[in-house]
Design a protein around this ligand. Structure first.
Ligand code: ADP
Ligand code: MG
Length: 391
């Protein structure tokens, strides 16, 4: 059964009536630009064909109820109580429900809307975005909720404001300190296009990728590795970036260019320098990728993907042997370019592959994992797809 029908079926079993409407929002994959977001830099993600669907109906009593195929137990609160719950008493709400309820709270806050002036709602969720596979199922549930409530409550927020409400929900209602890339990609995605995003200004340019026309596929290679030091490693990298910016006398590493690296090398210890070097060169690679796509087409970005991986492996030091093996094997089997994607210490890598080489590359990666004694990776292609909206 499709996730869309699963959501409407779940709605019927919750309320006994058909839903008034259905909305959905995609996950995302970051094509290039890693650990640049919190340095005020550039990222270049696209929206996945995997989506989270929500079926919505109105109710007369000013309450909001959410249910998901993940959890049979519905969660219900009064809209008027959201302000008291978030962020102070968020622990009273089961974690998954903080995402949709947090979005409702953030939307009312952002618009200064009196909860008594909007209709109560029932929301039923179903998704085909895999959780924790680097596709941002969190942004998908946030985007579906934001889109559905924006329309139902007539808030008339634009897509950037909806993305910001999703981020606020994730930061304050859930308690996860994430940037805004995922939500922007989920809100702004378009078929065969990426979102070139300036994380300082939030200017976003939807940029043609041209993968489909060129006969290219983007292969995701989820290693299924989750390293326990991911959280600590992330914090250490952020701290190194802040230290580097301070030593260079700039507000953020975004303010440095490749030409500043020689001076950086003299001013800081080797580890801090290599962290800085990754971020500065990665920002430049995002700019280069956008220009290269426009001037030379998608086959020409392979070298930038490869260089991004090398930088994360050697300078930022966030890769793991499984990611390196996936990337190296994919390249050796004919991929145009490959890199790990996401925060690192596990998760997924991506490879840009000719359509008729997908099977060959996939088999090579599966065999290499088998020979190395690693557990089987999860391999699938993702076509850059449309953003959140009413179905
Ligand atoms: P990801 O990398 O997939 O975004 P996160 O940890 O950021 O991983 O978010 C995953 C969490 O989001 C899940 O553990 C769950 O709490 C919530 N979530 C995502 N999709 C759904 C869904 N369809 N129904 C309920 N909760 C969901
Ligand atoms: Mg997430």
């Amino acid at each position: 059964m499709s996730a869309a029908s699963a959501a409407s079926d779940l709605f019927v079993s919750l309320t006994g009536a058909a839903a008034a409407g259905a909305w959905s929002a995609p996950g995302r994959v970051n094509l290039i630009g890693e650990h640049t977001d919190y340095n005020d830099g550039f990222v270049f993600p696209f929206a996945t064909p995997h989506r989270t669907h929500v079926a919505l109906g109105e109710r007369e009593d000013g309450r909001i109820r959410v249910v998901s195929t993940f959890d049979v137990e519905p969660v219900e609160v009064a809209l008027a109580d959201l302000d008291a719950l978030f962020p102070a008493r968020r622990d009273e709400i089961v974690e998954w429900a903080r995402y949709p309820l947090g979005v409702a709270w953030a939307l009312l806050q952002a618009t200064g809307t009196d909860p008594a002036s909007v209709t109560g709602v029932d929301l039923a969720f179903a998704s085909d975005v895999p959780v924790g596979a680097g596709l941002s199922s969190s942004a998908a549930i946030e985007g579906a909720t934001a889109s559905a409530l924006n329309d139902t409550w007539g808030l008339e927020l634009d897509r950037v404001a909806l993305a910001q409400a999703g981020r606020r929900a994730e930061n304050e209602a859930v308690g996860a300190p994430t940037g805004i890339m995922d939500q922007m990609a989920s809100m702004l995605g378009r078929a065969d296009a990426g979102i070139f995003l300036d994380c300082r200004s939030l200017d976003a340019v939807v940029t043609d990728l041209g993968f489909a026309a060129a006969g290219l596929e983007l292969l995701v290679m989820d290693t299924r590795v989750k390293h326990s030091h991911a959280t600590g490693g992330y914090g250490e990298r952020r701290a190194a970036c802040e230290r580097g910016a301070e030593l260079m006398g700039v507000p953020a590493l975004r303010d440095l260019s490749v030409d500043d690296l020689a001076r950086a090398a003299e001013l800081m210890d080797d580890v801090t320098f290599r962290r800085v070097k990754h971020v500065v060169t990665e920002n430049q690679r995002v700019l280069d990728a956008v220009r290269t796509l426009r001037e030379q087409g998608p086959r020409a970005i392979g070298g930038l993907l490869d260089a991004s991986h090398t930088s994360m492996r050697d300078d930022f030091e966030i890769s793991v042997p499984e990611l390196d093996l996936a990337v190296e094997t994919a390249r050796a089997a004919g991929a145009i370019g490959a890199r790990m994607t996401g925060g690192g210490f596990g998760g997924a890598a991506i490879a840009l592959v000719e359509r008729d080489a997908v099977t060959e590359v996939s088999v090579a990666v599966e065999n290499a994992f088998d020979e190395a004694g690693y557990s089987a990776p999860h391999l699938f292609t993702v076509a850059p797809s449309a953003g959140a909206g009413r179905d």
